[in-house]
Write a protein that binds this ligand. Structure first.
Ligand code: ADP
Length: 416
């Protein structure tokens, strides 16, 4: 069987040749393989032709036939190929008639075995073992020829399937790469469009009030100062937005571990809540920090961790209901490896459709953003980024009209 494998491997190399005689080297190799099977073939007596049928349509053209190899018929009726294919058996002939053979075949070949090469519905062609002398064929030659034809057809089928598979895979890979590029391109374009849009509002306010301030300057200094205050607020808003953008767009280059220190979570939360007490008061909201897990420590960058909780608590205040007494509860819990910090409000809540999007840059569920102040929609994307950079996760549970709870999970410092 090993020798047949070797032969069929060599044969697949001939795939694209319509009618060829093997080179001397290959001829010798095949003779050697035959010799290994115990059948003696004299070199001088042996020739070898691989007649490859083309695809259906080409076959019709080549044979000027209306039929295909699947309905075997040859205009050269009784020709070696059509007979072998019709019977799906090796065809032996030692009475070569010119009219049944192509070209000058009959001049050189006095007897031959034509082996149909077919597998399932696929008929690939014929393999013709040619002999220069008239000879008889032994029964083991018949067996060998049949096996050879089958092996060759199977090899070609597998080879073709593998080729198809490779092509499909290459196409898939190419499509995937193109899709990725397009998605990246789309996200860039969206980012630029969103950024431009976000900058336009404060800039047009600044322009408007600058004009007013310039006009009011001579007559009314107080009014002009009020305008300047508004301009200043917008400039602060703009510069905050720029620093947020810088942070989240260049985040790949930030190495948090460089600035890592041991941080006491409850201290950070208490401190952050205190910073926001005045803003909360204005909105009639109280903040409660439950610090029963007092000594939980994490490792992280203080500046970023404070920023993370500042954003979450600020949001909890912002989205607490207007004209209603509100309460924000901050809890800390621990599992074996993590600190869990939850920030719960009783505010306007987030709809189910919005929840998957709120961590995206510039996403705001309240598109008009009139009722809850001016917000860029960058806060949560930054919160998510900071959490992930510290090896943590963030999740949210919310119900429209009832409130939201954000839970941040951060790895505890080892060997506390
Ligand atoms: P923004 O600057 O608009 O607050 P964020 O990224 O911080 O941007 O939040 C994105 C959106 O998620 C907000 O516009 C808001 O619609 C929603 N959101 C965030 N936190 C809360 C909350 N605690 N309660 C209700 N909605 C919230």
């Amino acid at each position: 069987m090993k020798s047949l494998d070797t032969i069929s491997k060599k044969i697949t190399l001939l795939n694209d040749t319509t009618l060829i005689s093997l080179s001397e080297k290959n001829k010798l190799a095949i003779i050697k393989n035959f010799a290994e099977t115990g059948i003696k073939i004299l070199e001088a007596d042996f020739g070898f032709v691989w007649w490859k049928f083309r695809e259906k349509e080409e076959y019709k053209l080549a044979y000027k036939s209306k039929t295909t190899p699947f309905e075997p018929y040859s205009p050269r009726k009784g020709g070696v190929n059509s007979t072998a294919i019709k019977t799906k058996r090796p065809f032996f002939d030692s009475h070569i008639k010119k009219e049944n053979y192509p070209q000058d075949f009959h001049l050189y070949v006095k007897s031959h075995i034509t082996i149909p090469v077919w597998y399932g519905r696929n008929i690939y062609g014929t393999l013709i073992l040619c002999y220069k002398k008239k000879r008889k064929f032994a029964s083991d030659e018949v067996t060998l020829a049949t096996t050879l034809g089958n092996t060759m057809a199977q090899t070609i089928t597998i080879y073709r399937l593998a080729e198809k598979e490779r092509e499909t895979f290459a196409l898939y890979e190419k499509q995937k790469a193109t899709e990725l590029l397009l998605a990246e391109e789309k996200s860039k374009t969206e980012f630029i469009a969103n950024t431009t849009h976000e900058f336009r509002t404060p800039l047009s306010i600044i322009r408007g009030y600058t004009d007013l301030a310039l006009g009011a300057h001579k007559g009314n200094l107080k009014q002009s100062q009020n305008y300047m205050k508004i301009i200043n607020e917008e400039v602060i808003h703009l510069s905050d937005m720029i620093s947020d953008l810088v942070l989240i767009t260049t985040h790949k280059n930030v190495d948090i571990s460089l600035h890592s220190e041991v941080l006491n979570i409850s201290q950070i939360l208490k401190h952050t809540a205190e910073r926001l007490v005045n803003i909360a008061k204005k909105k009639n909201v109280s903040i409660e920090v439950n610090t029963h897990a007092k000594n939980l420590s994490i490792k992280g960058d203080k500046k970023y961790i404070e920023r993370l909780f500042l954003n979450l608590i600020e949001n909890a205040i912002t989205y607490s209901k207007n004209n209603e007494k509100g309460k924000i509860t901050i809890d800390i819990a621990e599992t074996e490896k993590f600190a869990l910090i939850s920030i719960k409000d009783h505010g306007v809540g987030i709809s189910k459709e919005d929840i998957p999007n709120i961590f995206e840059r510039f996403y705001r569920s309240d598109k008009s953003h009139n009722s809850y102040g001016k917000h860029s929609g960058l806060g949560l994307s930054m919160v998510k980024w900071i959490t992930e950079m510290h090896g943590g996760k963030i999740s949210v549970e919310s119900e429209l009209g009832l409130g939201s709870t954000f839970v941040v999970t951060l790895p505890l410092k080892k060997n506390k």
